[in-house]
Design a protein around this ligand. Sequence first.
Ligand SMILES: [Mn+2]
Length: 364
Amino acid sequence: MKIIHCADLHLDLKMLSGLDAEKRKIKRTQLLQNFYNHLDYVDKNGVDSVLLCGDIFDTQEPTKKTLSLFKNAILNHKNIKFFYIWGNHDKKVMPFSSDEMPENFNVFKEDFLAIDLDENVTIGGASLDRFVKDNFYSTINFDKNRVNILMLHQPINTSDQYFNGVYTYNLAGKYIDYLALGHIHQSLSGKIDDRGVWQYSGALEGKSFNDAVPIGSKKGFFLLNIENGKLDFQFVPFSLYDYRIVEISANLQDDHFKVMEKMENVLKYLGKTDIVRVILKGKHKEENVFQLDLMYQKFNNNFFNFEIVDNTETEFNFEKYSLETFSLKGEFLRTVRDSELPQSEKDKISLIGIEALKGEDITL
Ligand SMILES: [Mn+2]
């Protein structure tokens, strides 16, 4: 039996900072597109069930259009069993009302419930609230002779601003083989006890730079395979668009062209489905100016979206200027130097002042 574990689809995603209106629209459509692609995968690979582990919608009020498309997708896959819990974003969102609930769509509400499938497999789940009730753990009543999968949307072994966590010391000994988690957008995992593991599938698609993945990897879901009472699982990379953070370190001797070359050496591995943020780090000499708009223009068209953050520091030759006894620059710098400001502030103010006194554009 094959089961897919996915979570955090965030359909109707609201926060898409850094993208313009047109790209936000594309990105939103593409979240839905990837859900559909994932159902194609289900069809082609003989998958029996899909676990939707919360934050399927980004909001408690998904648009009618998205809801309708989601429902149609379920109704068009009558041979697939779907298991649904809500998360903190889509708390209490019920895609189907109770009188229209299709047979292949199973919802786990606040209380633990277990549903037996063929091949000795049981799926259990609960949509927990902000606080996990003390008696929740005692309601988990898996049969130790079955393969047991539990669905939750919680932080594990910790709490965060949204939810109190579930703790493995409370889950140990409950005959859980696989805890399918949503909430954390990375595919993290750990052990519950000698028998079971917990696993976050990660988001199906990245939703911001917090979900950035290294070059060569992707977001996706887990495919569980249960045969003769034995459960195996593997990650399936599946995202369409990926957030990438590329850090470029500048050395003191690097000029604009050297930094461009360093960028090119990394960016050549990325393309039109990447949302790229380059972060420039390190120190450069005052005379080596990095022209960000030129860098932006060179690479921008290669990617879905491109931005550069310049965190480099200018090494300021304070002594050179302050030795100019009869110049305004020298006078200004001596005043800054003798002030009570921290060194980093002194450097910044000195640089702005010198640019101003040279009559150049002030860049911050
Ligand atoms: Mn969540």
